[in-house]
Design a protein around this ligand. Structure first.
Ligand SMILES: NC(=O)c1ccc[n+]([C@@H]2O[C@H](COP(=O)([O-])OP(=O)(O)OC[C@H]3O[C@@H](n4cnc5c(N)ncnc54)[C@H](O)[C@@H]3O)[C@@H](O)[C@H]2O)c1
Length: 138
């Protein structure tokens, strides 16, 4: 099973990648190496067993490329400066909210979600269940 970890070069994401790889998953990372976090360089802790796609969640075409051939997605790419979000609200809104909604736009266009509200909730539950299983399996 191939799992996409967005933000997989970050703090939580890179540990998630290590855990998944240690449990036998095939892992792909989608991260833009945000300058503020990574200071314009690739971190030296990146797990060499993962595949890396350096793109931006603000771009639909990057999401489309990133989700090709993956079975599950753990979405952790985000800006996380609580204080900074108070004086750069638009930047945080665009990356954290619009960036995430880009994935849903693609999945809706692909027909992954049905228009019926019941189906939306049902599939979200399945995704959450899958995520819990991924992280709990030994
Ligand atoms: N660190 C914690 O204690 C903690 C606790 C609870 C929840 N979280 C959540 O976990 C997630 C990750 O947090 P973190 O602490 O690992 O942050 P982090 O800054 O270490 O990692 C975020 C990653 O997202 C990437 N990223 C940022 N903008 C991007 C974009 N536009 N496109 C693609 N990639 C982008 C960054 O390059 C970085 O590698 C966040 O949603 C955060 O709210 C973190």
């Amino acid at each position: 099973m191939r799992v996409l970890v967005t933000g997989g070069a970050g703090f939580i994401g890179s540990h998630t990648v290590d855990l998944l790889i240690s449990r036998g998953y095939d892992v792909k990372v989608f991260d833009n190496l945000e300058k503020q976090v990574h200071l314009n360089k690739k971190p030296n802790y990146l797990n060499p067993k993962a595949k890396y796609f350096f793109g931006d969640i603000r771009r639909i075409k990057d999401w489309t490329e990133a989700i090709k051939d993956v079975d599950a997605i753990i979405h952790l790419a985000a800006l996380v400066g609580v204080g900074q979000s108070m004086y750069q609200p638009k930047r945080y809104l665009i990356i954290n909210t619009i960036g995430t909604s880009n994935l849903y736009e693609i999945l809706i266009k692909k027909g992954t979600f049905q228009k019926d509200k019941k189906d939306y909730s049902c599939k979200f539950k399945i995704n959450l269940w899958r995520r819990r299983i991924l992280l709990q399996r030994t």
